[in-house]
Write a protein that binds this ligand. Structure first.
Ligand code: AMP
Ligand code: GLY
Length: 420
């Protein structure tokens, strides 16, 4: 099978890596990819959010399956265009991707499907926002309704800060004010063909920029799997109470959702609650989940592209190993990342036993000598080992082998879970 992977982050590098490991895959092409995917697979330039361009590329390459990594292409209709070209695609239609593209839509679907989530008010004026903030009380949760690359949410005890964020969001659309959810957050990726659902191993993401969950929200600074502290039946519960009802509701509306429903959940004192849905794999959680997956990836992704096919797929197999990933970020990330810094020590990091380096914001240096940073999150360094403590050791030994001027990473990824 020939597979085209759309996107340019470490999530896509992880997908490319897992597909290259799959004996059922003949060729993997990344588009546009990054300097890391270019080391292992051909990369094709493409505007990932242009449905016509992606479909044309898939046809030119003779791809049997297109796997769409990021949300923007899905919301733009890339999966629709690829399917219209007669090529199998892993990823939901633009209409179904609204589960991620609009928080208000996701809330409406969850209400219809009786899925537990935070109570919320969708507001269109500042006065409505003020009322909702007072009704729920502090801490305040204010969310931009549309896609904001993980930066549209403010959680704060400060009512003025909450109002100020709402005001910015209201300039371009509705804003969602929510009740605050306590308890740890988990990410469960639920694969679906639009009918049945299979959950991948749960993972936990670290969204804040700094150690101890301080600093601003980011796209994600690290992740680990498994979650030794979580209930053993967590994935089953998420399938039964969240993913299956949502998938059934979307099918009932005539807009079936296929691909991966990323369920971001809070395990609160009152039970699990959905924090958010995404219509794609999470980044950096994918990097650890795929490091643990023992089954060939292509068959299950292909099954998700055909209604009814997932039911006949063999059960997924998992390695016993734990996995930890640490994100190396550019100076100034997330507010104003500085790019163009030279990366050194990449080979040393890859040579650390149990570790591998996945690239995110990287590009070849213009003078052809080495690799430079080209985005806020630069690398996602993954460590695996028989337990989380040893997976952490491998990940940190590897990330410490890399030098990026001004680069920073969290030092406490998976520390509590590993008993460190
Ligand atoms: P979202 O983009 O909806 O995932 O929100 C980003 C982050 O904000 C989440 O991962 C949580 O850490 C936090 N967050 C979002 N909604 C809530 C909520 N209702 N209560 C507490 N924290 C939240
Ligand atoms: N890790 C958070 C996300 O992918 O949205």
């Amino acid at each position: 099978m020939d597979v085209l992977v759309i996107g340019s982050g470490a999530r896509e590098h992880a997908l490319v890596r897992a597909l290259l490991d799959d004996p059922g895959v003949d060729r993997v092409v990344a588009a546009p990819g990054n300097a890391g995917t270019a080391l292992v697979a051909p990369c094709e330039p493409v505007d990932a959010a242009d449905p016509v361009a992606v479909a044309a590329l898939a046809r030119r390459l003779g791809a049997d399956l297109v796997v769409v990594g990021p949300e923007a292409p899905l919301v733009a209709g890339v999966a629709d265009a690829v399917r219209a070209a007669g090529i199998a695609c892993f990823g939901p239609s633009a209409e179904a991707a609204r589960l991620e593209g609009s928080k208000a839509f996701a809330k409406e679907v969850m209400a219809a499907a009786a899925v537990p989530t935070a109570m919320a008010h969708v507001c269109t004026t500042e006065a409505e926002v003020a009322d909702a903030l007072d009704a729920f009380g502090a801490p305040h949760v204010v969310k931009d309704d549309g896609l904001a690359a993980g930066k549209g949410v403010v959680v704060t005890g400060d009512r003025d800060e909450a109002l100020a964020h709402a005001r910015t969001c209201l300039e371009h659309g509705p804003v969602v004010v929510e009740e605050f959810l306590d308890g740890p957050e988990v990410s469960v990726f639920c694969l679906t063909d639009g009918e049945s659902v299979v959950a991948l191993a749960p993972a936990q993401d670290f969204k804040r920029a700094l150690d101890g969950d301080a600093g601003p929200n980011t796209g994600g600074m690290g992740a680990y799997s498994p979650l030794p502290w979580a209930p053993a039946d967590l994935a089953d519960e998420v399938v039964q109470r969240v993913a299956q009802p949502v998938v059934a509701e979307m099918a009932k509306r005539g807009t079936p959702f296929s691909g991966v429903l990323y369920c971001g959940l809070a395990l609160t004192s009152r039970g699990l609650r959905v924090v958010e849905f995404n219509a794609r794999f999470g980044d950096p959680e994918t990097q650890v989940v795929l490091a643990r997956l023992a089954s060939p990836l292509s068959q299950v992704l292909l099954a998700c592209s055909r209604p009814g096919a997932l039911l006949d797929s063999p059960p997924l197999r998992w390695h016993e190993d734990a996995a930890v990933t640490v994100v190396l970020a550019a100076p100034g990330y997330p507010e104003a990342p500085e790019t163009g810094g030279l990366l050194r020590g990449l080979e040393d990091a890859d040579a650390v036993e149990g570790a591998h380096v996945l690239h995110a914001g990287t590009a070849p240096a213009t003078d052809g000598t080495g690799i430079v940073s080209s985005g806020g999150r630069v690398l996602s360094v993954v460590g695996t080992g028989p337990d989380l403590a040893r997976a952490r050791e491998a990940a940190y030994a590897a990330v410490r082998s890399v030098q990026l001027p001004g680069g920073h990473f969290r030092t406490d990824i998976a520390a509590a879970a590993a008993g460190a």
